[in-house]
Write a protein that binds this ligand. Structure first.
Ligand SMILES: *[C@@H]1O[C@H](CO)[C@@H](O)[C@H](O)[C@H]1NC(C)=O
Ligand SMILES: *[C@@H]1O[C@H](CO)[C@@H](O)[C@H](O)[C@H]1NC(C)=O
Length: 384
């Protein structure tokens, strides 16, 4: 179910996250990590009882002016005009929205990639998330030389300085019998139930259709959710060859080498293979109209497909990639790339109408690149 009315414009999402900085109080433990940074000291009360008074409480099913009473970190009551005793800390939320904490379903904290590392580790990334009203996130475990279990151990270690709830998806960077067997261990013993496969990155992470089919079958057998990075890796390799031949090797060449066409094609292929296998499918970072249309069509036919837009796709266009300053243009390189103006508005419309269902933070920033914290949104997570 969509957590907001279909007509909710995007800027309201931003507004919500800013206006209800009182969100994370449902987890008293989390406050300790945030109070010291940039939080309102009034919220750092050690009293186990808090009343959020007079706000507009927004839930998946409705929106009403009500008080929220919290005892020992647990919401005990939500109704209008709750009368409390003197020992309860009262927070006036009149004129503000009070929403459940957001769940960010796609983060890469402390991730090593292409010789660099994402700028936020589990502590700093989570502190920023909490400040924006996101109280839980799901990060991607990257295997160690293809070994899923070794990757899981590594990430459990990286997450030691966590200050909020988190979960893990597992990225699968190669495919063979050992990996397939390891998936069962992760599902049965480690609580992992979603696996991401790459249709792009030929020569490294990419798996072909034969292997993708096996992977989808395996997920189905294990009751796990397959996720795909949907771009046609063969076509991208060819696009890259052409750009290099033309001498277009800067950031704009990145976008030109992998047009929306390739994203639409791979999305359609993944959707059809998932239908053949009869498994749900989660398409990560949907960046184009082309991919959105495939998802819309599949959903209309009753297939279970989740499309996840990202903030960069929702609010930016490719003009940045043409900036003559390499250092600026390079900050806007991502895969799939940021598209021409028009895709952004379409993705927004698809998100507000429920064709696309989740949204994630632009937290995939690497050292030396821009710090995205000012762009943080409350994340909306829906399920199948
Ligand atoms: C994968 O890593 C785990 C944990 O480090 C280790 O026990 C296992 O032997 C490794 N598997 C392979 C096939 O190397
Ligand atoms: C494309 O992005 C640039 C830079 O953010 C912005 O100035 C411009 O208005 C955008 N174009 C359209 C048509 O929205």
């Amino acid at each position: 179910m969509a957590p907001f009315p279909p007509s909710t414009p995007l800027h309201l999402f931003l507004f919500f996250s800013i206006s209800i900085s009182i969100l994370p109080i449902s987890e008293s433990q989390q406050l300790q990590g945030v109070c010291g940074l940039e939080w309102d000291p009034a919220l750092c009360s050690t009293s186990g009882k808090i009343l959020i008074k007079g706000g507009t409480v927004v839930n998946a099913h409705n929106k009403e002016v009500a008080d929220v009473y919290i005892q020992d970190g647990v919401i005990a009551s939500v109704r209008p005009n709750i009368i409390v005793s003197d020992d309860v800390t009262i927070l006036d939320a009149t004129g503000k929205y009070v929403m459940p904490g957001g769940i960010d379903p796609h983060t890469h904290l402390a991730m090593e990639f292409m010789g660099t590392e994402t700028i936020d580790d589990f502590f700093s990334g989570q502190a920023a998330a909490l400040a924006g009203g996101t109280t839980m996130h799901i990060d991607f475990v990257i295997p160690v030389n293809g070994n899923l279990s070794a990757g899981f151990d590594l990430y459990m270690n990286k997450a030691k300085n966590s200050v909020m709830d988190y979960g893990f998806h597992m990225a699968v960077t190669k495919w063979d019998e050992t990996v397939s067997e390891d998936m069962q261990v992760l599902v049965n013993e480690k609580g992992i139930n979603s696996f991401k496969f790459f249709m792009a990155y030929k020569g490294s992470f990419m798996i072909n259709d034969e292997l993708l089919l096996q992977a989808l079958e395996r997920c189905k057998n294990l009751g796990a959710l397959p996720m795909v990075h949907a771009e046609n890796g063969d076509a991208v390799a060819e696009g890259q060859r052409k750009m290099i031949e033309l001498g277009i090797t800067g950031p704009k060449g990145h976008a030109l080498s992998r047009p929306p066409l390739f994203e639409g094609e791979a999305t359609a292929r993944a959707i059809r293979l998932a239908r053949f296998v009869n498994t749900p499918l989660y398409v990560v970072h949907v960046m184009s109209i082309d991919a959105t249309e495939e998802i819309a069509r599949a959903k209309m036919s009753g297939q279970k497909v989740i499309g996840e837009p990202v903030v960069s796709g929702l609010v930016l266009n490719d003009s940045w990639l043409w900036n003559p300053d390499f250092a600026i243009a390079a900050q806007y390189v991502m895969s799939p790339p940021i598209r021409k103006s028009g895709h952004d508005k379409s993705l927004q419309a698809a998100l507000s109408s429920g064709i696309l269902q989740v949204s994630l933070l632009p937290d995939q920033t690497y050292v030396g690149l821009y710090n995205s914290r000012s762009l943080r949104l409350v994340l909306i997570f829906t399920h199948l």
